[in-house]
Design a protein around this ligand. Structure first.
Ligand SMILES: Nc1ncnc2c1ncn2[C@@H]1O[C@H](COP(=O)(O)OP(=O)(O)OP(=O)(O)O)[C@@H](O)[C@H]1O
Ligand SMILES: [Mg+2]
Length: 377
């Protein structure tokens, strides 16, 4: 049996007052089809909240509640029935009166740890906003990398949060001219400890992913190589961690003056990576738009395989605007690959014709104006 969603219910989530979508047990790929603005991406986003974090749009919590007028935020909820080869689960998440953070229930039990979700459900996604990932904002690229790392190392998210909280305080003290040495030293110790662990974990996961990235399922989705370019990540390749710790501690001390004057600090929070298209021996930012999309898909497909082998769990895949930038051959090859996956895949499109060669294999739904979603006969 595959892993997938049997049923998804939404209440006051984004554009949906209510939605009750039944998907059965078949695990067939699901295609959500419809015109612009009918509510396709909102459904994928709802599914992405069955995992830890801020979903596929990295949205603010207040944006998720259905708009009902100024300053009116109704309580919203997402409930999903999940099946896996080892059993069924029910996940619920949403806002509950009296709580400021989204609440999570797994099989009837409330939990405060979002990371518990990974025990019963995992998903990966690609969105149109990521189509220019290799050329655009390094912060988005780093978030993409860190999500991959988190899937294999659940402590990575906590370390990132602790590092970023310490960095914020450290910069604040310096920029306000509060040269409290003991306080600054304490924060620098936290930055060094978490910073080295973050960089080491990135390096470890990228090297574990390498063997999966080297295998192509089809030439349309090229073999890729990820090279980390961050200062600590680079140093850890050739030096022992204790030496890199000393180096970063010295770097922080030296940076105090520059940061006090408004300058910036480099570290794991500015780390970046380069992806190489192996067949062409060219970095991804020089590849064509369609080639870049294919490389992204190669990375996601490799991550899926790695999670299956290393974690014994196949993540559900969310592909928003699946057809964007892909020619017909590449698109059809992708659908063929997705059909072999042991987890459900959700795709959205404005053009149902793209599935014409896959009638009966891909389950198509017509999304109707943020109200209902009907199976196409
Ligand atoms: N909090 C909210 N409350 C009500 N409506 C919202 C909220 N957030 C977004 N919407 C609206 O939901 C509608 C559907 O958005 P969605 O992104 O799902 O569309 P889509 O079908 O993916 O369209 P496209 O093909 O253009 O990507 C949009 O009109 C959007 O403005
Ligand atoms: Mg959309």
């Amino acid at each position: 049996m595959k892993t997938g969603l049997e049923r998804l219910r939404l209440t006051n989530f984004r554009s949906y007052p209510t939605l009750d979508l039944s998907l059965g047990h078949s695990g067939e790929p699901v295609a959500l089809c419809g015109a612009n603005g009918v509510g396709k991406t909102n459904v994928l986003e709802a599914i992405s909240y069955l995992t830890a974090g801020r979903g596929l749009r990295a949205a603010r919590l207040s944006d998720l509640a259905r708009h009902m007028g100024d300053n009116v935020y109704p309580l919203w909820s997402i409930v999903a029935d999940i099946y896996t080869p080892t059993g069924s689960h029910k996940i619920g998440t949403g806002m509950v009166a009296g709580h400021e953070r989204r609440q999570i229930r797994i099989d009837g039990k409330t939990t405060t740890k979002q990371s518990d979700l990974a025990d019963v459900f995992r998903c990966l996604w690609l969105t149109p906003a990521q189509d220019r990932l290799f050329c655009g904002d390094p912060n988005a690229r780093r978030r993409f990398l860190d999500r991959i790392v988190q899937a294999f190392d659940p402590n990575h998210a906590n370390r990132l949060a602790d590092y970023s909280a310490a960095l914020k305080q450290w910069l604040c003290l310096l920029r306000e001219g509060r040269m409290d040495n003991a306080w600054l030293n304490g924060l620098e110790s936290q930055l060094v400890e978490n910073g080295i662990a973050i960089a080491a974990s990135r390096l470890d996961i990228v090297s574990r992913l390498a063997s999966f990235l080297d295998v192509t399922e089809d030439v349309s989705f090229p073999a890729a190589e990820i090279q980390l370019t961050g200062m600590l990540e680079q140093a850890l390749i050739s030096q022992r961690a204790v030496l890199v710790e000393d180096m970063f501690a010295g770097h922080l001390k030296n940076a105090r003056k520059i940061c006090a004057e408004g300058g910036n600090l480099t570290g794991p929070h500015t780390a970046d990576f380069v992806v190489i298209h192996k067949q062409q021996n060219r970095s991804a930012d020089l590849c064509s738009t369609g080639e870049q999309k294919a490389l992204l898909l190669s990375i996601i497909l490799a991550e899926m395989r790695a999670q299956m082998v290393e974690q014994n769990q196949c993540p559900v895949l969310l592909l928003d605007e699946v057809a964007a930038h892909l020619d017909k051959n590449r698109r059809n090859t992708l659908f063929e690959i997705l059909l072999t996956r042991p987890a459900q895949v959700f795709m959205t499109t404005t053009d149902r014709e793209i599935f014409s060669d896959f009638t009966g294999q891909i389950c198509q739904f017509d999304v109707q104006d943020n109200q209902q979603i009907l199976k196409v006969a």
